[in-house]
Write a new protein. Structure first.
Length: 141
């Protein structure tokens, strides 16, 4: 019998708190919807766009724009920042628009049992990579 996956809530909160702190360092200067900043990291280009900004939350889209290998291979995340709790959580990635804390496995859409944790860990790894490799803002002309 397969042991059922149990989410580690304290670990998930630590991960989301770290993501919040690191993502704030890369955000545009204002939280105005439509505000965009583009970064060059090694040979890749990433764009962060504020989609929505309210008193307590900000919704950000993070997209790799170059090099363009194919549409499906370029990372794309939508992240909600909760200002009062100081956490950032991935809301959507690629073609997945909502994540459950736990999935039974196997399942029809082939999600991993800990899909929500994995996608937030991916964001943490990406942010760490950008900050470690000198994400340089590209001026908008």
């Amino acid at each position: 019998m397969i042991k059922r996956y149990t989410p580690d809530f304290p670990e998930m909160m630590r991960l989301c708190e770290t993501n919040f702190a690191q993502l704030r360092r890369l955000m545009p200067r204002t939280d105005e919807p439509g505000e965009t900043v583009t970064y060059q990291v090694s040979s890749a280009t990433y764009r962060l766009t504020i989609l929505e900004s309210t008193r307590y939350t900000t919704l950000v889209e993070i997209k790799q724009t170059a090099p363009a290998v194919s549409y499906w291979s370029l990372p794309s995340l939508t992240v909600r920042l909760y200002h009062d709790a100081m956490v950032a959580e991935v809301c959507a990635s690629q073609q997945i628009f909502r994540f459950k804390a736990r999935y039974d496995y196997p399942n029809k859409k082939l999600h991993q049992r800990d899909e929500k944790h994995q996608i937030n860990q991916f964001l943490a790894d990406w942010l760490r990579y950008c900050l470690a490799h000198g994400a340089m803002a590209i001026p908008v002309c």
